[in-house]
Design a protein around this ligand. Structure first.
Ligand SMILES: [Zn+2]
Length: 378
């Protein structure tokens, strides 16, 4: 129960920048941000004089890292490796993300994440099941052979997490309203993605049951003159967040800025959609038996189609700042807004009572260190 502290040139608490100050925390909880002159004399603290402390980055879509694909390695060790790899890029918490898989593998993935949370593996905030309840017309790099429409009784048979957030990406036009309602009633965060829905198919009783939209612009019906599609619906749905990949490959930077201008405040958040190649010395890996490799910064399959992203959270934040998004807002897009999306009010800010989880950035926004639950990790 000892007080500890950490300091840097600047500390961003989610709202304000503090200078000449110390973030004081007890165990894994933030106590306060105090001016150095007011810090108790017996409190020693680590100081990073040329760096910036921000709320720990949260990435709600991570397929892999450190040479591990979650789809191929549904174990506590695999999850630990992915979390470690992404800490190199500033991510404090993430949702290991399962790309459309068999129901057996979905069960294995849920059990692995439950065990990782129970064993307090640093940085696991829950799980993201991306599919297999998707639309084959927007399959992206997923195996459409695994897609199906679940019944409520099938949903009831999964070993859903008791702790941590479960996020499901699905195509609402491919599932019944009762399925959406069941997920909502069971505290599953529902996101629309890999969807070819018309705006008409999304309107009515389904839209209020959707919490967010997965990787805006990618693998969804586009905005057109006669139909706003999923993209237009996502931009107009004030109650729902949108995640977006900002590697300058999946989405043109002008479209990121367009979304920033159009989407309601606090509802646009960054995801990496990262694969095993991030935080790894290897430039290729296997997904569904297919070789995926990095070519000129793009992750592509043998046919040259995009297959996830080769980017970390720190570079993502640096990109959007370079494109003109205000620095403080860029930090929030990587911390506060994803925290809200997964219903974690204890994450995403450095206010009193928040989790003591921070990302320490160099002046060029490259990650230097990450602290998770009061533990400083490199
Ligand atoms: Zn996807």
């Amino acid at each position: 129960m000892t007080l500890r502290g950490i300091s840097a040139h600047r500390i961003f608490d989610g709202t304000t920048f503090h200078f000449d100050s110390v973030l004081v925390y007890r165990d894994d909880i933030v106590v306060d941000i105090l001016p150095k002159a007011e810090v108790p004399s017996d409190l020693s603290y680590d100081d990073y004089p040329d760096k910036t402390i921000v709320p720990g980055f949260i990435d709600i879509q991570v397929n892999g890292g450190g040479e591990v694909m979650f789809n191929n390695t549904m174990t506590v060790e695999g999850i630990n490796t992915i979390c470690k790899a992404h800490r190199k890029h500033g991510t404090a918490y993430l949702l290991p993300t399962l790309i459309s898989a068999t129901t057996t593998d979905m069960t294995n993935a849920l059990n692995a994440v439950a065990n990782a949370i129970e064993q307090r593996i640093p940085g696991v905030a829950g799980i993201h099941l991306e599919g297999p309840w998707l639309n084959a017309n927007k399959k992206g790099a997923h195996d459409a052979g695994k897609f199906y429409a679940p019944s409520v009784s099938e949903l009831e048979s999964f070993p859903w997490l008791a702790m941590g957030t479960t996020l499901v990406t699905l195509a609402p036009e491919c599932v019944d309203t009762e399925v959406l309602a069941w997920l909502k009633n069971n505290d599953v965060v529902v996101s629309c993605g890999h969807s070819n829905a018309s705006s008409h198919e999304l309107s009515g009783e389904k839209l209020p049951l959707i919490d967010g939209f997965t990787h805006l612009f990618n693998a969804m019906s586009p905005l057109e003159g006669r139909d706003p599609g999923v993209v237009g619906t996502a931009l107009m749905a004030d109650h729902a967040w949108c995640s977006i990949i900002v590697d300058d490959i999946h989405v043109d930077s002008a479209n990121v800025m367009l979304a920033k201008r159009l989407k309601r405040q606090q509802q646009l958040l960054i995801v990496t959609d990262a694969m095993a190649s991030v935080g790894s010395i290897s430039n290729s890996f296997v997904l569904d038996g297919e070789q995926i490799s990095v070519q000129n910064g793009r992750l592509v399959n043998a046919q040259g189609a995009l297959a996830g992203a080769h980017i970390g959270m720190d570079q993502s934040v640096a990109n959007v700042i370079q494109w003109g998004i205000e620095e403080a807002e860029a930090f929030r897009m990587a911390s506060m807004y994803p925290a809200r999306a997964i219903n974690r009010s204890d994450l995403g800010t450095l206010k009193s009572g928040s989790k003591a989880s921070v990302t320490i950035l160099n002046s060029d926004y490259r990650a230097s260190h990450v602290m998770v639950d009061g533990q400083l990790l490199s």
